[in-house]
Design a protein around this ligand. Structure first.
Ligand SMILES: Cc1ncc(COP(=O)(O)O)c(C=O)c1O
Length: 348
């Protein structure tokens, strides 16, 4: 295995680091196998990787911890701009290592997220109307303090950390025929690509309202994309990461788009049928199967990554549709209603 940006030794190092003394921080998440017919599908099997049970509620904890363990952390700690799961994962990992963590979040990040970050011991700096402004402020602060800069998806250790999720699947169950992966900035799919390479078929899934990799493939290079919609809080990166772009050109077979309605229906199905509380970003794989956007063969074993749990359970009853463009984990108490564009507050 040798892929640009992230090679086998990066992943081996990540496996060693994350499986070492910190194995009591990260969780080996369960793999749940169902016959295709249990989901009303014609394929042989569907594997659900319960990564929503990971520390911090998403796969991001793997990459964040790996980056921290791979580097000497200065007294000023670690620093990241993120309004979402990467920030939560960074704060949780920093707490486990007993290092300082500063998280820059845009003004649009909900009060609930800010509170969660503070509960995890992070210093939260609220600045900028959009993620890009929070990122600029974060970079300026990093230059001043020398803190270890964390990126939500475009650093080698972050991608290698995500690749440990793929390794975990193969060690437990062997190779699936195909893996359906939600894409934001591309750290998760880059990890899948770096590990599986062309041994399993890798399919990128994005909301039609946040088509970052899809548009890059159309243009032949990463381009800025307008993002909104039900999953923009997690999948709303405006541009695909450089590592993901390089790896995806070699190892990603297809990039497919899904409607917000199909994502929401799959998210509700997971709740009503399996009692799994996942955020919209984690429902794209099932949405692709149930909507027929991805049609597996009759002999195919398909693996879906349930990549995140950060959802307000109150939004999971069919009667309480948060509406397209709604941001989980729910509106700030007392704040103005959110518009679809508000969700573009950050990819992480
Ligand atoms: C739950 C969840 N799934 C998927 C993604 C997409 O990950 P990436 O940005 O690495 O593509 C994110 C990103 O924040 C996420 O939080």
């Amino acid at each position: 295995m040798n892929s640009p940006g992230v090679d086998r030794s990066d992943i081996d190092n990540a496996l060693r680091r994350l499986g070492g003394g910190h194995s009591n921080f990260l969780r080996k998440t369960p793999l749940f196998k169902l016959p295709g017919m249990a989901l009303g599908l014609n394929c042989r099997e569907v594997w659900l990787k319960f990564e929503h049970l990971q520390v911090g509620g998403s796969f991001k904890a793997r990459g964040m911890l790996n980056r921290m363990l791979a580097n000497k952390i200065p007294a000023s700690g670690v620093i990241i701009a993120s309004g979402g799961n990467a920030g939560i994962a960074a704060a949780a990992a920093a707490r486990s290592l007993e290092v300082l963590c500063e998280v820059f979040v845009p003004l649009l990040a909900s009060q609930a997220k800010r509170e969660r970050l503070r509960e995890l011991g992070a210093t939260v700096i609220v600045t900028g109307a959009a993620y890009s402004e929070a990122q600029q402020a974060c970079l300026a602060r990093q230059r001043a303090t020398g803190a270890l800069l964390m990126h939500a998806y475009d650093q080698v250790e972050v991608v290698a950390g995500a690749a440990t999720l793929a390794a975990e699947i193969e060690v437990e169950a062997g190779l699936p025929d195909s893996v359906l992966v939600s894409v934001g900035g591309g750290g998760l799919i880059a990890g899948m690509a770096a590990w599986f390479e062309n041994r399993s078929r890798i399919v990128a899934l994005e909301p039609a309202l946040a088509p970052t990799l899809f548009q890059a493939r159309q243009a032949g290079r990463p381009v800025d994309v307008a993002v909104s919609g039900i999953a923009a809080d997690s999948l709303g990166a405006k541009r695909i990461g450089t590592i993901a772009w390089a790896l995806s050109q070699r190892h990603v077979n297809d990039a497919l788009l899904l409607s917000d309605e199909s994502i929401r229906a799959a998210q509700l199905w997971l709740w009503t049928e399996l009692k799994l509380a996942v955020e919209p970003a984690a429902a794209l794989g099932l949405a692709a199967l149930q909507s027929g956007v991805y049609q597996p063969g009759t002999d195919e074993t398909v693996c879906l990554i349930l990549c995140g749990a950060n959802v307000d359970p109150a939004t999971l009853s069919a009667g309480r549709h948060p509406g397209p463009g709604s941001c989980h984990p729910g509106p700030d108490p007392g704040s103005r209603a959110m518009s679809p564009l508000d969700c573009g507050s950050g990819p992480q």
